[in-house]
Design a protein around this ligand. Structure first.
Ligand code: TXA
Ligand code: MG
Length: 323
């Protein structure tokens, strides 16, 4: 594994069918040439990602929409002009040329233009749209710094270093096809900002998983048990536990290790720091993690979406053990 700075070289690797991990403003991605099904299949293998979970295709110029979309309509262009480059993924009807390997056989494709100079340079250097999921093992914590990538995916040949991701949580995914527009995954672009452009948009019914096969109940799981402090039995011994606090930590002396999402309870900062705090806990000596919830407003909706999924597995295990 090499941390590399040379985007021209990394672009050549993509063109040759290799995988490259690269920074975006949301999280680091694990990229391959979207038009090379064999290279794309390597992404699924390396991440141990099930084939039913489609990838997002990253572009650097609007004209690349022509080879990805069935039809580039006014809504697509309006949203692209408003929010790109930026953390919004548009799910639209796909062009027949997009390999099924990228879209898991769906008739739609997710597309976004990332707001990170290194990502844009890489896509330009590769001269092809780049299919990329987050650069973590399937179901585990997303990476916002190069070492988070190498910790989980030591076999990636090249990790482009673009520093710490400035947004910190994955893009908002919205569906523009079918009956009405829907938010499939909350992210940094909030419901209220989207409503200004698409007044009829709403969160999709989470029981209707067919819409976005990747949106499972359990995801972003740390390698150690993690509990929301609001659901945690505070009479338990926490001397070997870690606390991730939102705001100045209250029970500082009781815990072995403390991480802070945002000292002054700023939700944007909490999003930026969220995955990094969890990665730090994974490599610290604690046995389990207690994390404080954040208010579910603005980007807090996306943060809590990630947290509920991150604690889900251990909550289910606890329930089984106790019942
Ligand atoms: O910010 C991000 O979106 C990052 C960076 C690297 O761009 N990428 C990312 O990719 O989070 P991934 O694969 O971890 O999550 C993509 C989500 C999945 O839940 C997937 O199911 C959904 O987008 N998705 C992709 N294509 C779709 C499609 N055609 N229809 C419905 N959902 C789709
Ligand atoms: Mg992911």
């Amino acid at each position: 594994m090499t941390i590399c700075k040379d985007t021209a070289h990394a672009g050549m690797l993509i063109k040759q069918g290799e995988l490259v991990a690269f920074p975006t403003e949301t999280v680091y991605g694990l990229g391959a040439d979207a038009f090379n099904p064999k290279a794309v299949s390597e992404i699924f293998a390396m991440k141990e990602r099930p084939a039913f979970d489609p990838l997002i295709v990253h572009i650097s110029e609007l004209k690349q929409l022509d080879v990805l979309c069935k039809q580039v309509d006014d809504t697509i262009l309006r949203l692209a002009n408003k929010f790109w480059p930026g953390p919004l993924t548009l799910v639209v009807d796909k062009n027949n040329r997009v390999p099924d390997m990228v879209t898991s056989g769906l008739s739609t494709v997710g597309i976004r233009m990332p707001a990170h100079p290194v990502a844009l340079e890489l896509i330009t250097a590769a001269n092809t749209p780049i299919a990329a999921p987050s650069a973590n093992k399937f179901g585990m914590v997303s990476p916002t710094e190069p070492w988070h990538v190498t910790k989980q995916l030591p076999k990636v040949g090249c990790v482009l270093d673009g520093g710490k991701s400035m947004v910190g949580i994955e893009s908002t995914v919205i569906r523009l096809t079918g009956n009405g527009f829907a938010i499939l995954r909350p992210g940094a672009i909030t419901l209220s900002r989207l409503k200004k452009e698409l007044p009829q948009i709403a969160f999709h019914d989470s029981n209707e998983n067919k819409l976005s096969p990747g949106l499972l109940k359990s995801h972003y799981s740390p390698s150690k048990p993690m509990f929301l402090s609001s659901e945690f039995d505070h009479s338990k011994d926490v001397s070997n536990a870690g606390l991730i606090s939102f705001g100045i930590p209250k029970y500082k002396n009781k815990f072995k290790h403390i991480e802070v999402l945002s000292k002054n309870e700023n939700l944007q900062d909490a999003a930026v720091n969220l995955f990094g705090c969890i990665h730090n806990m994974e490599i610290s000596e604690v046995d389990f993690i207690v994390i404080e919830p954040v208010p579910e407003k603005g980007i807090g909706v996306a943060i809590m979406d990630r947290l509920k999924k991150a604690v889900y597995k251990h909550r289910i295990l606890e329930d089984k053990n106790e019942g």
